[in-house]
Design a protein around this ligand. Structure first.
Ligand code: ADP
Length: 517
């Protein structure tokens, strides 16, 4: 049942892991795609914004010119031919700053003469323009029955000079006249363009002629998004170009943000996958620990059962009078005492370990001599050593006074000596020595047994862990002895370590450094 469940859990884990990894990848992909689409939308909106800006700016110029045309129109009176344009001239500089002159052309005669004019320009210049108008510009105008009063424009380049005319037909006493308004193009370029386009900070503007030559503004460098729009009505041969500076910045910002998003998505995926692995490792460790715990319970039960069975067996033998000689009786009794001691030591170990596990291990420190608990521990093991034919030797050097929990130190040393007897009886000699070291004292237990396999050296101090030397020879044990020793050593401000003994065997050294202040 249990193995079935474990297998099911394992299967689930191994299916779940790739499923989660795939889910993370899919999620990253979707995020990446939507960020890409979002960027496209942003680009589109930049194009639209630039286009509407270009339209609006181009229309502004048309509006400005037409406003002036209308201003001229509102003050012109054709009936007062001799006074033609005089009213306009009064406010011309203010109301119609780009208008140089206004001409009245008689359309009734084939010659199309200028019959009246009003001009703000010097006479010579006006006359030169009048000739240009009659000979060059008027023939360009499409005058085949346009609606009366309809405002039209002519944008023409003559000898590299640009001209802008506004014109409309008017009827008076059945005669057709054409009113021509001469706009000063250089003035439009120098005054009107800067006034109209200087407020644009987010974008740059220039105006180019039909050949792409710049009429106004700086060259527009690459990088931003540039859109062109011809002036619809007035200077229709020219094109207004608008570059969104912010478009380049926006694109860079978008690219930066996308990079950041990608890095974040990548990092999150790594974190999720790493987290999964950590969980898997933790689960595996938990599983191993739980196996170790089950083993521990089995081992401890076995450890309890064996001496108990011996005590019972030899007690019964004594009770039923089957030990007929005094030597036998004394032998049986010493077995019973020994096994009870072992039982007692095991139970104390388990209880102390349980306290450590629950974090309730409380030590009672008092100034003491290390020789005493160590001596007691060696004596407690002596009977067993003799029974196993092992010489248990104790050598004591003078050590300074330490702060000790003597009972705990005794348990630690018993554990070390007990292990030496358990795992290295063939060495026939176990040595326990106490010596001073700088800052405290050390207790070493040396045996001449198999020693500790290199891969076990760190592990054996962990709870429930049993080494190769235990499994190889099927030595009984619970795997908690050394972890208890480690806890006791650390509580005494010290440590426990293991080294190889020469020619073989191991040396466990308990270092204690707590000194009375
Ligand atoms: P246990 O003896 O109950 O297994 P311990 O915590 O006391 O538990 O010891 C852990 C492991 O360390 C043992 O299983 C054994 O493999 C190894 N070990 C301890 N002392 C010795 C020793 N003196 N010689 C060889 N191996 C030892």
């Amino acid at each position: 049942m249990a193995t079935d469940r474990t297998r099911r859990e394992q299967l689930l884990t191994f299916l779940l892991l790739p499923a989660i990894v795939i889910a993370v990848l899919v999620l990253s992909g979707v995020m990446f795609r939507s960020s890409f689409q979002l960027e496209k939308l942003r680009e589109q909106s930049v194009v639209e914004a630039t286009l509407s800006l270009a339209n609006e700016r181009a229309d502004r110029l048309d509006k400005r010119i037409i406003e002036q045309d209308n201003a001229v129109r509102s003050v012109l009176d054709l009936t007062q031919r001799t006074e033609f344009g005089s009213k306009w001239l009064e406010t011309a500089a203010l109301q119609t700053p780009t208008v140089r002159a206004v001409f009245l052309v008689d359309l009734g005669t084939p010659a199309r003469n200028v019959v009246a004019l009003a001009s703000r320009a010097p006479e010579l210049e006006t006359e030169r323009f009048r000739r240009l108008l009659v000979h060059r510009l008027l023939p360009e105008l499409k005058l085949d029955k346009p609606p009366i009063d309809e405002l039209r424009h002519l944008h023409k380049v003559e000898r590299e000079k640009a001209y802008l005319l506004s014109h409309w037909e008017q009827e008076l006493n059945d005669r057709h006249f054409l009113v021509v308004v001469w706009h000063d193009v250089p003035r439009i370029v120098h005054d009107v363009f800067p006034a109209l386009y200087s407020d644009m900070q987010q974008s740059r503007v220039n105006i180019v002629d039909a050949d792409g030559k710049i009429v106004f503004g700086p060259p527009l460098t690459r990088g931003g998004l540039t859109l062109g729009r011809q002036f619809e009505t007035t200077l229709y041969k020219w094109t207004l170009n608008v570059t969104m500076n912010s478009a380049a910045e926006l694109a860079a910002a978008v690219a930066r943000r996308r990079l950041l998003e990608m890095v974040l998505v990548g990092l999150s995926s790594v974190v999720v996958i790493a987290g999964l692995f950590v969980i898997l490792i933790a689960a595996e460790r938990e599983r191993r620990l739980s196996n170790l715990k089950s083993e521990f319970v089995a081992n401890v039960s076995h450890e309890l059962k064996t001496p108990l069975a011996l005590v019972r067996m030899f007690g019964e033998l004594l009770q039923t009078g089957r030990a007929d000689t005094p030597e036998k009786q004394s032998q049986y009794l010493s077995i019973i005492v020994n096994e009870s001691d072992r039982l007692n030591a095991l139970i104390e170990n388990v209880l102390d370990f349980a306290k450590v596990e629950r974090g309730q291990a409380a030590y009672e420190f008092s100034p003491g001599r290390l020789a005493e608990p160590v001596g007691r521990a060696v004596e407690a093991c002596r009977v067993r050593a003799e029974r196993d034919g092992v010489a248990l030797e104790l050598s004591l050097e003078e050590v300074p006074e330490l702060l000790l929990d003597e009972r705990a130190v005794e348990i630690a040393v018993i554990n070390l000596v007990d292990n030496a007897l358990k795992y290295a009886p063939e060495g026939k000699r176990v040595g326990v020595s106490v010596r001073p070291v700088s800052g405290g004292a050390e207790v070493s237990v040396v045996d001449q047994g198999p020693g500790i396999a290199p891969e076990d050296r760190k592990r054996i101090f962990e709870r429930f862990v049993r080494g190769k030397s235990a499994s190889g020879k099927q030595v009984r044990g619970s795997g908690i002895g050394l972890s208890l020793v480690k806890h006791i050593a650390e509580a005494h401000g010290g440590s426990i370590r293991v080294e190889d003994a020469q020619p073989h065997g191991s040396i466990f050294t308990l270092r204690l450094t707590r000194r009375p202040s």
